[in-house]
Write a protein that binds this ligand. Structure first.
Ligand SMILES: [Zn+2]
Length: 387
């Protein structure tokens, strides 16, 4: 049986709402999607029959009609989300309401690609053993530049091109791969500080700066998924060579390496922790001056990106939040001065992220849930459930 295109669209829309706001009622979903009470009842009954959702009575809301809370079905599909970082990897299982369960974290025993991928593969194996055919996909976030299912460059891991497919070898599961900064931007745009914005720019500073432009909840990641490398725009000093191979990268102006240069201290081995330590010394005037320069370099670049992309809102993550908080005037002045005149009357708000430590896994979860609730994916699930 081939599903008619669009047959599952309303069901997919309902699941999309449930994934963004756990604990949503059927009445709220109907309101949000403009469905009549009878259509909402019909589509949720169908989702229940297919073991995608269950309904439990909602607490009474005064004189309003009784409604139900939509929850993931206990036999419904799940996605394994994983985050590969410099020193460790984390994982969780996400249910259709976007809730992360079974969260785990393990340090790398070795940072060699084959050893790390084998550890991740073992993690996938245990999830498959526990969830069986409810597990429909693996969504992997990596701290590096991603192109399709390959990691192209990951300076923090010291890896060059690595094929990530061994993570799902032997499982038959699809592997979705995303850059960590991009995925944290997805989380902010779907259910964080940028929720409701049609176009949102997310920027996160750790070692260097990454980010993404999100349009209607999806990242604009370019032809091959490698877009969003904002740190490698030449907003910096062109006499400086970046580890990426380009000259004058913005990356070199906005993190712990830049702070060390301004303070005439040696380049730190761990620029992130170095920057955090420097920010603790903000009362010392050379430190305040160095932080001011770095906050201004950050804000100037953000203004340039606002001129280029015209976002409704900008969200900040990682050290960008503490750099701005430590030098708010330097940041505000540079942001305003970098904007084209017409933007200055009502510039896009620059907001701190809502999801700090969990943003990456939440973004990976959102894209994983998108993947298993497409028209085609729901038709496949329905065939299996009704057999
Ligand atoms: Zn670079």
């Amino acid at each position: 049986m081939t599903a008619r295109r669009g047959q599952w669209q309303t069901a997919a829309d309902v699941l999309g709402q449930v994934a963004r706001r756990p604990g949503l009622t059927r009445a709220a979903v109907a309101r949000e999607l403009g469905l009549s009470t009878s259509s909402a009842t019909e589509v949720t009954a169908r989702l229940r029959d297919l073991e995608l959702l269950t309904e439990t009575p909602a607490p009474s809301q005064g004189r309003g009609r009784p409604t139900t809370v939509l929850r993931p079905h206990p036999r419904g599909p799940v996605v394994l989300v994983m985050e590969l970082r410099q020193a460790d990897w984390r994982s969780a299982v996400v249910t259709l309401d976007g809730v992360l369960v079974d969260q785990e974290s393990k340090r790398h025993r070795s940072r060699r690609p084959d050893a790390v991928l084998a550890a991740l593969q073992a993690g996938v194996g245990s999830a498959q053993a526990k969830y069986g055919d409810r597990l429909l996909a693996v969504s992997l976030a990596v701290a590096g530049t991603v192109r399709a299912d390959h990691l192209m460059q990951a300076p923090v891991l010291g890896w060059s091109t690595v094929d990530l497919n061994p993570v799902v070898a032997g499982t038959g599961l699809p592997l979705l791969v995303g850059n960590d900064a991009t995925l944290s931007g997805v989380a902010e745009a779907r259910m964080g500080a940028a929720a409701g914005a049609g176009t949102a720019l997310h920027l996160i500073v750790e070692v260097g700066i990454g980010g993404t432009l999100i349009i209607d909840g999806s990242p604009a990641s370019g032809a091959t998924g490698a877009g969003g490398e904002y740190g490698h725009i030449p907003f910096g000093d062109r006499s400086r060579l970046c580890p990426c191979g380009a000259h004058g990268c913005w990356d070199l102006e906005i993190d712990g390496r830049a702070l060390a240069r301004h303070l005439q201290e040696p380049e730190p081995d761990d620029p992130y922790n170095y920057a955090e330590a420097v920010l603790q010394r903000i009362d010392e005037s050379p430190v305040a001056a160095a932080v001011g320069k770095v906050a201004a370099a950050l804000a100037t670049g953000i203004a340039g990106l606002v001129n280029a992309h015209d976002p409704e809102v900008v969200t900040l993550g990682g050290l960008a939040i503490s750099l701005r908080a430590a030098a708010p005037d330097a940041f505000a002045t540079a942001y305003s001065e970098g904007l084209m005149t017409f933007h200055r009357a009502a510039p896009p708000a620059v907001l701190d992220s809502t999801h700090q430590k969990t943003g990456v896994l939440r973004g990976a979860a959102a894209l994983g849930l998108d993947h298993i609730t497409t028209d085609t994916a729901l038709a496949t699930w329905a065939e299996r459930t009704t057999l």
